[in-house]
Design a protein around this ligand. Structure first.
Ligand code: SAM
Length: 220
């Protein structure tokens, strides 16, 4: 099916609160586990989380890698606000700095990072080049890049089946979001094309489930 873009920023407080309260334990732990598998060496230093939302991935990453400091950027104040209490109570808040910044116009807090991560931002971007330009702009030499996102299914019926299967107990606002996100996501072949266009063809694209892909590698 054709891609159907969704709004970039998650500005609606109701949507943001539902998202922050949703149970992302399994996919977010999988994000960390897949990162570890792809980068088994010790990871320390500054990390940039693009499109950090309420900060759950940033918190899990900081816990998993105690020698890191995570800067998260998100364009939506509602999403940052929705996660503030959880971040404050996380035990790693002193190693997190989540700020409002909208790509591509706003810079990240620091100019260059040895590790750049992102979860579920790519499918929100109307122009996916915004993601890859941000990666290039903020990657230190030899930076690790790890991006995870949804993968667009073959048909609206398949998108509806995935929502019914994986989000049956979630509130309606989240089920609707999930459906729209699946329809807005890219296929692995499209992401490969984006990387080639951005001069990042050295990164690997891999489907890791029936609905997720990862993009990873080390930048020269
Ligand atoms: C689906 S959420 C993912 C949040 C978080 N990474 C997670 O995995 O829980 C996507 C986030 O990207 C943000 N976003 C979308 N477009 C953006 C842009 N151009 N600049 C900065 N943030 C953006 C949205 O506001 C939203 O918080």
């Amino acid at each position: 099916m054709q891609r159907i873009p969704e709004p970039e920023l998650m500005l609606d407080p109701e949507q943001a609160i539902a998202y922050a309260q949703a149970d992302f334990e399994a996919p977010h732990n999988r994000f960390i586990a897949l990162f570890r598998e792809r980068f088994p060496e010790p990871v320390t230093g500054d990390v940039l989380d693009l499109g950090c939302g309420p900060g759950d991935i940033a918190v899990r990453f900081a816990r998993a890698f105690p020698g890191t400091f995570v800067d998260g950027v998100d364009g939506a104040a509602a999403m940052l606000d929705a996660g503030r209490e959880q971040v404050a109570a996380s035990g790693v808040a002193h190693r997190l700095n989540l700020v409002q910044a909208c790509l591509p116009q706003d810079p990240a807090p620091k100019p260059a990072y040895p590790t750049i991560i992102s979860n579920s931002l790519l499918h929100h971007l109307h122009a996916p080049s915004v993601m890859w330009e941000a990666v290039k702009r903020h990657a230190a030499p030899g930076a690790r890049v790890f991006v995870m996102d949804l993968m667009r299914p073959a048909s609206p019926a398949e998108a509806a089946r995935l929502v019914a299967f994986y989000a049956q107990d979630e509130p309606e606002v989240l089920r609707r979001d999930f459906y729209h996100s699946l329809c807005a996501a890219f296929t692995p072949a499209e992401v490969q094309g984006q990387l080639a266009e951005a001069g990042l063809a050295g990164l690997t694209v891999e489907a890791v489930s029936d609905r997720h892909l990862i993009v990873y590698g080390v930048l020269s």
